[in-house]
Structures are given as C-alpha cells and as structure tokens.
Write a protein that binds this ligand. Structure first.
Ligand SMILES: [Zn+2]
Length: 232
C-alpha cells in the first residue's frame, strides 16, 4: 500500500466536491443565458407592436380628419343653398373644391396606413409565436437545469458528509500537509511518472527524489511545485 493512500482517497472525494461545486455555479449561469434568448425575441415583438401601433394611430388620425371634413362639407353645401350672390356662391364652390381635394389626400394617407398595417400584423403574429416557442423551450430546459441543480446539491452534501467521516482515517501530519498545499495547488497528490517527472508540473525530479518516492517510506515533495509525489 502506498504511504499517501489515505490522501489519494481524500483527493478523490475532494475532486468530486470541486466538480459538483463548479456545476452548482455553472447551472444558474446557464439559466441566465437561456433567459437572454427570450429577451431578444421579446424585444422584436415589442418593436413590431410599436410599429403597428404607429400605423394604427396614423390611420385613426386620418379617419378623424376625414370625418371632420365630411361634416364641414355637408355644412357648406347646406349654407350654399341659401346664398344670395353669385360671388358668394363661387367662393363657396372654390372652398368646397379645395376641401374635397384635401379629403382625397387624407383618404390616400389612410389607405397607405392601412396597407402598412397588413405586413405589420403578420410581423407581430410571427414575433408573438416566436416568443411563445422560445419560452416553452426555455421553460423545459430551465426545469431540467433545476432538477439537475437539486441533484448536484444533494450529491454535494453527501460528498461533504463522506469527507467529514473519512478525515478520521487520515493521519494528522499527512492531512496538515495536504490542506496546506490544497490552498495553492490542485491536484495535491500526483504520480511520479516512468521518466521520473512530477505529473503535476511535468518537471523531472532529481534521482534522489525519484528514488525516495519509489521506495515509499517517507512522504516526498516535488522540488518544483511542492505537490506530494507517489509511485505505483
Ligand atoms: Zn511538481
């Protein structure tokens, strides 16, 4: 058995904890990224709705203008019937002609606004469908992520409990060295490869260090990175 075997086991537990902790951080980030795709679709929908509202209000304004002109024309025609002089009659005629032309222009504007509304309504409907589709997809994925996060938290708690229990089996002097290195390096305990190099920093160790590691009588430290070395 290897002299650092208890540390190798502890390191496996810690590896698990580190991976789970990382996943617990990543999941909320992924959720936030997912929600961003809805925001883009929602912005397109808002823009389409704003354009449609603008065309609708143009059409409504023209309609109101036309209605006012119709009332004015009607009124003028009634007044014209009671006019005495030819001059007044002609003036009225000119005014009626002018109003009628203005009315035609306003009508063209109304038609233009209504033509604009047709593609805009389609654009709004498409954007609405896209938002719904994105929302459904995101909801499904977010639900999956939530389930995964709950599982991760559960596994993490289990690993942490396992670690607490296992600590009793680790000799105090080994544990102190392990914890000290762990604050700066990961992994802490690494193999000395066949070439006599530390697999943590990849530097070849002096022959004495390699020999001590293979002899497995004392805990040996890499001269470069300070990790604990072991040899199978
Ligand atoms: Zn090293």
């Amino acid at each position: 058995m290897n002299i650092v075997q208890p540390l190798l086991h502890l390191q496996e537990i810690d590896r698990c904890i580190r991976e789970l902790e990382q996943e617990a951080v990543d999941i909320p980030e992924r959720k936030a990224q997912e929600s961003a795709s809805i925001i883009a679709a929602q912005e397109e929908l808002d823009a389409a709705k704003a354009k449609l509202r603008e065309a609708q209000s143009r059409a409504a304004a023209s309609e109101a203008e036309i209605k006012a002109m119709d009332e004015r024309l009607q009124q003028m025609k009634e007044e014209q019937a009671s006019l005495k002089s030819n001059a007044d009659f002609t003036t009225f005629n000119l005014e009626i002609q002018r109003l009628t032309k203005d009315r035609e222009k306003q009508e063209s504007r109304q038609l233009l606004a209504m033509d604009d509304m047709v593609p805009l309504k389609t654009r709004v409907a498409d954007a609405e469908a896209k938002v719904q589709k994105e929302k459904a997809a995101v909801d499904d994925y977010v639900a999956e992520l939530d389930t995964r996060l709950a599982a991760v938290k559960e596994q993490l708690a289990a690993c942490e409990a396992e670690r607490r229990e296992y600590l009793d089996a680790v000799p105090e002097n080994l544990l102190v060295r392990y914890e000290r290195i762990r604050t700066r390096r990961w992994p802490v305990v690494v193999e000395l490869n066949a070439d006599g190099a530390c697999t943590g920093c990849h530097l070849v160790q002096p022959p004495s260090v390699a020999q001590d590691t293979r002899r497995n009588q004392t805990v040996v430290t890499c001269l470069t990175c300070g990790r604990l070395l072991y040899s199978e």
